[in-house]
Ligand binder design. Structure first.
Ligand code: KG4
Ligand code: ZN
Length: 340
């Protein structure tokens, strides 16, 4: 059985062809990073217009690389939640059109659940039941994942997502966009304990939430005081930038690692799966690996290509298809809260 998966929740236009045995026949990702770079973040209207231009070539290319045509597809899946409304709509319209023309089932994918499922595909192992940590530019949340069809949120950020905080701190330190990789690079030459920064909720195991807004402000106060500032005109010393980047990264990683351990404790599960763009962070990967070795739980980190937005992780649709969970053609997008 061959399934086409489509992903347009934010600023990546992606399509993949996967089989019901979770073989990846093709994967195409058209990134829009360069379009949004000069704004320091994703501009929704630019994102949806770019999706419109790219969606058909991206689908064509995914089919071509898989060596198949539309007529060979047995189902089509698309991420319908959460995301930017205009971006989601482009993917959903393309998927509906293919489902209608080819008379094949349409499967809806939850983008956050798909981020966790990336670990299932990459490892080839049955990762469920597990605790799922999703840590991206739009989301930071912990899930109790009983099965690929049963996800329950344990906690999430009450303000900024971790990736968003990386992007904003990178912008304050003039490190460019996207900020995560830039902060990671700068942090390599810095001291993680150089600046005392907050770790909200870390000492409270009853609360599996995150907060990164205060941390971002704390970094800002180490550079300048309150009020408006033109960060581009600041002359920071390279060592100061490196120390701030390292201290900030360490604070974020402490929170992500600490809360994940508390979630494992609460659920009694012995497996942790981590997905989303920030899962690419080397310091986070290293710290989680150390804890897994020390505490003896199974750790699955989405590999870099499957950690950031992609369509391969939409293979979670196979699980839904097998359970008979297909959608009517009048299904709508569910953008969800702006922050989750
Ligand atoms: O999952 P993703 O590709 O897009 C969504 O937000 O859904 O995640 C992008 C985020 C950006 O905020 C980016 O700065 C962050 O992931 N990121 C990183 C790293 N690579 C990407 N953050 C920290 N360290 C990294 N190496
Ligand atoms: Zn994502």
């Amino acid at each position: 059985m061959k399934l086409l998966t489509i992903e347009t929740t934010c600023d990546e236009t992606a399509a993949a062809v996967v089989t019901d045995r979770l073989e990846v026949l093709s994967s195409v990702v058209a990134s829009q990073d360069r379009l949004h770079e000069r704004f320091g973040g994703v501009v929704p209207e630019i994102a949806s217009r770019a999706h419109l231009e790219r969606i058909l070539p991206v689908i064509d290319e995914a089919l071509r690389r898989a060596g198949i045509g539309l007529a060979d597809l047995d189902a089509v899946a698309v991420a319908t939640t959460p995301g930017l409304a205009g971006s989601l709509l482009v993917g959903l319209m393309a998927a509906k059109t293919i489902a209608l023309l080819q008379r094949i089932p349409l499967v809806a994918v939850n983008h956050l659940q798909a981020h966790i499922y990336a670990c299932r595909i990459a490892s080839g192992e049955d990762v469920f039941p597990c605790v799922g940590l999703i840590v991206s530019g739009g989301h930071t949340a912990l899930y109790r994942c009983q099965s690929p069809l049963d996800f329950h949120m344990l906690g999430c950020t009450i303000d900024d997502a971790a990736g968003e905080a990386f992007d904003k701190v990178a912008s304050m330190l003039n490190l460019g966009y996207p900020g995560g990789p830039a902060v990671q690079r700068a942090a390599a030459a810095g001291k993680p304990q150089a600046y005392p920064l907050p770790r909200p909720f870390l000492d409270d195991p009853d609360r599996l939430d995150f907060s990164f807004s205060g941390l971002k402000t704390a970094v800002r106060y180490q550079i300048v005081g309150p009020g408006k500032h033109d960060f581009r005109s600041l002359q920071l010393q390279p060592q100061q930038v490196a120390d701030l980047a390292a201290s900030f990264q360490e604070a974020v990683v402490d929170c992500l690692v600490g809360k994940s351990l508390q979630a494992l404790q609460r659920t009694g599960f012995r497996t942790l799966c981590v997905g989303g763009g920030v899962a690419a962070n080397q310091r986070l990967r290293q710290r989680l690996s150390e804890e897994a070795d020390r505490q003896g739980f199974r750790l699955f980190l989405a590999p870099l290509a499957l950690a950031t937005d992609n369509a391969v992780m939409g293979a979670i649709a196979i699980e839904r298809l097998k359970a008979g969970l297909v959608e009517p053609l009048d299904i709508e997008v569910s953008p969800g809260p702006l922050r989750a």
